[in-house]
Design a protein around this ligand. Structure first.
Ligand SMILES: NC(=O)c1ccc[n+]([C@@H]2O[C@H](COP(=O)([O-])OP(=O)(O)OC[C@H]3O[C@@H](n4cnc5c(N)ncnc54)[C@H](OP(=O)(O)O)[C@@H]3O)[C@@H](O)[C@H]2O)c1
Length: 267
């Protein structure tokens, strides 16, 4: 069993540790979570049986794989204090949005770094996790990261140059899909459907659509065509939905999120 530490025990850290434990890749006693909030630590300890500490340096000293899971804005100061505690034996996994491997390696002279962009669906084992290796990380480190992330959903390695787009699409994406779903639900409510039932129908429809695209290898446009008959209900809806304005809005949504990811790199 490997020993995994978390610097920051927030939402993403909890989602990841829950996946590691559920898939039996890491035992609860092999996980050490560090945070500034004793209350939060008590909560993750109670829910997952992991070890806890208020001392980030203890996390680094006691674990060989260390996940940096604090907000990007908090990372700078934390790493300045922790840098002397890392050794070349450490595999450091950063999930902080926007922070590049080059930037993190300049703060951390020791340790092999892998940058990961997870998403919140790790909470249900359906995360989309993208990773990129830093200059000192090895192929074996990639394999270890892939094995860990595989506990929380899908994992794929991509060039770091794509990470702002990755952050926008799969990192922030759950919020965008949830918003769109919510507006479709509003429409069903207007048609008289109770909100709870509309949410269930819309969510299952989103899930089914995603599985069709992935498991049958269908293209989105092909799937839409398969549901559309001439002068039918889907055609009537698509005539309203598929406007250049909406296409541009969605494209600008991704652009804004990617721009913010670039800004965070320098924050
Ligand atoms: N949430 C997402 O969907 C998502 C998706 C992709 C990537 N990420 C990345 O994941 C990282 C964590 O995000 P999150 O949503 O899990 O944030 P979060 O829930 O706010 O978790 C961060 C935790 O770190 C704690 N913390 C603050 N200062 C600390 C310190 N000095 N030492 C130790 N712990 C400290 C925070 O405590 P306080 O709350 O008391 O400050 C909080 O419990 C971020 O870098 C984010 O970019 C998040």
């Amino acid at each position: 069993m490997i020993q995994v530490g978390f610097i920051g025990a927030g939402k993403m850290a909890e989602a990841m540790m829950a996946g590691f434990i559920k898939e039996r890749v890491v035992a609860p006693v092999e996980i050490l979570a560090g945070d500034v909030s004793a209350e939060r630590l008590a909560e993750v300890s109670r829910k997952h049986g992991v070890r806890i500490t208020l001392d980030n340096a203890e996390v680094v000293r006691e674990t060989s794989v260390c996940v940096l899971a604090v907000k990007p804005q908090q990372l700078n100061e934390i790493l300045r204090n922790l840098a002397p505690h890392f050794t070349s034996d450490h595999l450091i996994i950063s999930i902080a949005a926007g922070k590049t491997t080059g930037y993190l390696e300049s703060l951390l002279p020791n340790g092999r770094l892998v940058r990961v962009m997870p998403n919140i669906a790790c909470l249900v084992g359906e995360g989309m996790n993208v990773y990129a290796r830093g200059a000192r990380a090895t192929a074996a480190d990639s394999e270890q990261v892939a094995r860990l992330l595989g506990c929380c959903g899908k994992a794929t390695e991509l060039p770091e140059t794509l990470f702002d787009a990755v952050t926008a699409l799969s990192g922030s994406g759950p919020a965008f899909f949830a918003y769109l779903l919510d507006r479709l639900v509003d429409g069903a409510v207007q048609e008289g459907m109770p909100r709870g039932q509309a949410l269930m129908l819309a969510s299952q429809t989103m899930l089914g659509t995603a599985r069709l695209l992935m498991e049958k290898g269908m293209e989105p446009a092909g799937l839409a065509e398969a549901v559309t008959s001439a002068k039918g209900t889907t055609a009537a809806g698509r005539a309203v939905l598929e406007t250049p304005e909406l296409a541009e809005l969605l494209s600008r949504t991704i652009a804004a999120a990617a721009r913010r990811s670039r800004e965070l790199a320098g924050a």
